[in-house]
Design a protein around this ligand. Structure first.
Ligand code: MG
Length: 142
């Protein structure tokens, strides 16, 4: 799956133009999603030096994006056919703190993506009286 991921307020706390503190389990989740075979696109309002700083911050934590603020990886750019160019990202999912309903915990995000379930299914499991929670919502990859 191709997933667009926002930076400020999503991977790190809002401190723009500075880089805020990492939100719990954000980079661990992103590393695992890459390991699981997903293509991640950094989708940020940042440009120029501020964007470079965010990319570097992520790379230092082992999060290497397939593309940054565009659909295509650097290797694919020459193949881009301008006639069919649309500015809308061709992704299956956006992870953004501006989502309707806000940003779930990264542990929840991982469970929903990895298990291909809806938030409704996830929360039904968590709060079902017949099936008590076995794992903490913070246990990301188990
Ligand atoms: Mg944001």
């Amino acid at each position: 799956m191709t997933i667009a991921v926002d930076f400020d307020g999503t991977i790190v706390e809002h401190a723009y133009p500075a880089i805020g503190k990492e939100l719990p389990f954000a980079t661990a989740t992103l590393r695992q999603l890459i390991k699981d075979g997903h293509q991640l696109i950094l989708w940020s309002v940042r440009e120029g030096k501020l964007l470079e700083e965010a990319v570097k911050w992520c790379e230092e934590r082992g999060v290497h994006f397939y593309a940054v603020n565009q659909d295509l990886g650097e290797d694919d750019l020459n193949m881009q056919d301008k006639r069919f160019y649309s500015r809308k990202l061709k992704v299956q999912m956006f992870i953004d703190d501006r989502n309707l309903g806000g940003l779930p915990d990264w542990g929840v995000i991982y469970q929903v993506i990895a298990r291909k379930i809806t938030f409704e299914q996830y929360y039904a499991e968590q709060f079902s009286e017949e099936k008590p929670r076995k794992k903490s919502r913070w246990s990301l990859f188990g």
